[in-house]
Design a protein. Structure first.
Length: 426
């Protein structure tokens, strides 16, 4: 067996650098722990550009197949020790050289001993089974990962290199499919938003050439359209949190319960926590139907959206937006509308430490309301786009579940890798 330290050619902490250009500095994409999940699927749009001192950049510029390990930060529900593998495609798409932030470090594997992707998947398994938790310490303020102890203590099981590569290729194939589906989802989401913008912001809807624009409190709008508060176009409601003092409200619960941090502008197909029927009955929580649009009203998530893919409850920081009985204004219209007014909602948020808006603020937002017939046509046109996006999200969930079931069995050797085929796109 080889210790983790003996497996590496090099390992160094990251840098944070400066925000503004400075002499003897170069711009670099600086990968934080919070970027790991998006980096894993090849997305770099939210990675900050930082100015890094030349001498640090020369020693710490990342390379393809480096592994990043989060060594500080984390949270109660997400301890330190997470990792991500940097694939070649990431470097091909980045406009700048890459470096990791100061709360992480890079691990450069000796490829004569081990396949980097195999080591990455081993770290994923160790994190999943909470083996990494032994090196997680909570100091005042920031939690830290005891990397030096970890690297000198942990021994790496190393099957023959061909077997390592086979294990890694099987598991990485699932990530490849998830990445491809995620890119398709993002395209579909942008299509739906663009369609709303075209019809109801720029007023280039089918037949718009025959409709003149007239004055309104929001500027020029098509003749026959109205400006109404949202409460006259959609119904709204909010949720609640069963008391944590009563374990029976949560233990053994089967009713999905959504928190605002679970909103991610797309479909919600599962929840971190479930509540019981008693918890629902004894709190202000309400059960909302599949297809309900949720809008975050509290903290850093103000304005972030989610669509229920299952009947579920929410906490009180979510506003549920539902169609009125018999109305043609449905999910596609509501979702497009809230994407358009997100910055307005953020601008109306109160509270310096934890900005928030109320359900009443949402209800007062002005909506340019088209005729029911046009709203119905929009739902028929945009609805299938959203449904296809939801189907891909569900497929990704199945891919993740299958990958996570295989991971410990492949790493332990319980499953013969030669007996498995790579997953195929569907």
């Amino acid at each position: 067996m080889t210790t983790f330290k003996e497996l590496l050619l090099e390992s160094k902490d990251g840098e944070w650098g400066k925000g503004d250009p400075s002499p003897d500095h170069i711009p670099m994409l600086c990968i934080r722990g919070t970027d790991f999940e998006r980096i894993r699927i090849g997305a770099i749009e939210n990675v900050p550009v930082r100015q890094i001192l030349n001498r640090h950049a020369a020693r710490k510029t990342l390379q393809p197949n480096d592994i990043l390990l989060e060594t500080a930060g984390g949270s109660r529900d997400r301890p330190t020790g997470r990792s991500v593998l940097l694939r070649q495609t990431l470097f091909d798409t980045s406009p700048y050289p890459l470096i990791c932030a100061s709360f992480a470090r890079f691990l450069r594997v000796d490829q004569g001993q081990a396949a980097p992707a195999y080591v990455f998947w081993l770290l994923q398994e160790w994190y999943s089974n909470r083996r990494m938790l032994a090196y997680h310490t909570q100091h005042t303020g920031v939690a830290r990962f005891q990397y030096t102890t970890f690297a000198a203590t942990e021994e790496i099981p190393l099957p023959p290199l061909p077997t390592q590569r086979r294990i890694a290729s099987i598991l990485s194939a699932y990530d490849d499919l998830i990445e491809n589906n995620t890119k398709r989802i993002e395209i579909l989401e942008e299509m739906a938003r663009s369609l709303y913008r075209e019809w109801f912001v720029h007023f280039r809807f089918p037949g718009h050439e025959k409709v003149k624009l007239v004055d309104s409190e929001l500027g020029k709008i098509p003749e026959g359209w109205e400006v109404l508060p949202l409460s006259e176009v959609f119904d709204t409601s909010s949720g609640g949190t069963p008391s944590r003092k009563h374990p029976e409200y949560y233990e053994g619960g089967e009713i999905p319960w959504v928190k605002t941090r679970e909103l991610n502008d797309t479909w919600i197909i599962d929840t971190e926590e479930k509540i019981t029927e008693l918890g629902l009955k004894k709190s202000s929580a309400k059960l909302f139907p599949k297809g309900t649009l949720l809008v975050a009203m509290y903290g850093a998530t103000v304005g972030v959206l989610g669509v229920l893919d299952l009947d579920a409850c929410t906490n009180q920081a979510c506003c549920a937006v539902l169609p009125k009985n018999g109305s043609a204004f449905g999910l596609a219209f509501a979702r497009g509308y809230f994407f358009e007014i997100r910055q307005q909602l953020i601008g109306q948020a109160l509270g310096a430490a934890q900005p928030n808006i109320s359900q009443q603020v949402i209800c007062r937002q002005p909506v340019v309301r088209p005729p029911e017939s046009l709203a119905g046509l929009f739902e028929q046109t945009s609805g299938p786009i959203l449904e296809l996006s939801g189907n891909l999200i569900r497929k990704n969930q199945v891919l993740r579940q299958t990958r996570d079931i295989l991971l410990p069995k492949l790493i332990s050797g319980e499953i013969d890798v030669d007996a498995l085929d790579l997953p195929e796109a569907s």
